[in-house]
Design a protein around this ligand. Structure first.
Ligand code: OAD
Length: 257
């Protein structure tokens, strides 16, 4: 098992060094080692909550206080203290080495930017900012007093997070940028993504149809495995990305000597 994984890691590292334009698609799994629970699977948020009750725009508009209490305030506590883990840092290092061009993330935690990635498409928006439903003014989430629910702007309007709820469209500019990134890459790394939520899960399909190699890093197979992706490196993103990045650095150093 260990030998097989080392071979796979070496193969992925060689593919990364040989590629001309790498794009990563990340999901909740990449932030699990930063202490943020995923949505699906064991310990996932959707084991505790019905997503249609707490993460649908209609539920928020009907009862913002309930959605703030059940989901958003808990997320705020987790997200303000979370730090990038070796998987985020590995992707930032790949960008620094000129290998990785763009990260498309479904996560709203801002950890890719904190790790140092500069071209990040936040496909499902961001939790860093809130917007007033009445006057549209914006406020940073960390500055918001959550002792009163739902938090309100000085105009009296209710704040909503700038993330995409179920029932909402992906912002067209983010969808466009992602589709362009997916169709122009020659290698897509899909990290910690269950690949069941559309349209994000379609990005690896676009990459594959455009001739790219798709590689997954995930403890579990996904609907992409063996169909859209040609390789699955099974394991936790932090542990695997750390090894891949070290191997990429070794290959580059060997080439320079
Ligand atoms: P999910 O929660 O659906 O899936 C998490 C994935 O991460 C699964 O495939 C796990 O096997 C994997 N995983 C768990 N621990 C991991 C680890 N340590 N390292 C690597 N992978 C690990 O998360 P997403 O695919 O991001 O949307 O879900 C997509 C969307 O569903 C979210 O953006 C959110 C949610 O409903 C909205 O809120 C609109």
């Amino acid at each position: 098992m260990e030998d097989r994984q080392l071979n796979l890691i070496n193969k992925v590292a060689e593919s990364l060094v040989a590629a001309k334009h790498v794009v990563a698609l990340t999901g909740a799994g990449i932030s699990v080692e930063s202490g943020i629970p995923p949505f699906r699977g064991k310990g996932g948020l959707w084991e505790k909550f019905d997503p249609m009750e707490v993460a649908h725009i209609n539920s928020f508009m009907k009862n913002p206080e309930k959605v703030w209490r059940l989901l958003i305030s808990e997320m705020k506590d987790l997200l303000v203290s979370a730090k990038p883990n070796p998987a985020h840092l590995g992707l930032a290092r790949l960008e620094e080495l000129g290998i990785l061009k763009t990260v498309i993330t479904q996560n709203i935690d801002g950890l890719h930017q904190m790790a140092g990635n500069r071209d990040v498409v936040e496909f499902h928006g961001s939790f860093a900012w809130l917007q007033c439903l009445d006057c549209g003014c914006r406020e940073q989430t960390v500055d918001i007093d959550t002792s009163q629910m739902p938090p309100k702007c000085s105009c009296g309007g209710i704040y909503r997070p700038e993330c995409v709820f179920f029932g909402e469209m992906i912002p067209p500019k983010d969808l466009d940028r992602s589709q362009i990134a997916a169709s122009t890459c020659d290698l897509m790394l899909v990290v910690g993504c269950s690949a069941v939520v559309q349209p994000a899960a379609f990005m690896p399909v676009i990459a594959k149809q455009s001739g790219a190699t798709v590689i997954e890093i995930n403890p579990e197979p996904t609907p992409l495995t063996g169909t859209t992706s040609t390789l699955l490196v099974q394991g936790k993103a932090g542990k695997i990305m750390k090894k891949i990045t070290a191997q990429v650095e070794r290959i580059i150093a060997d080439k320079q000597n």
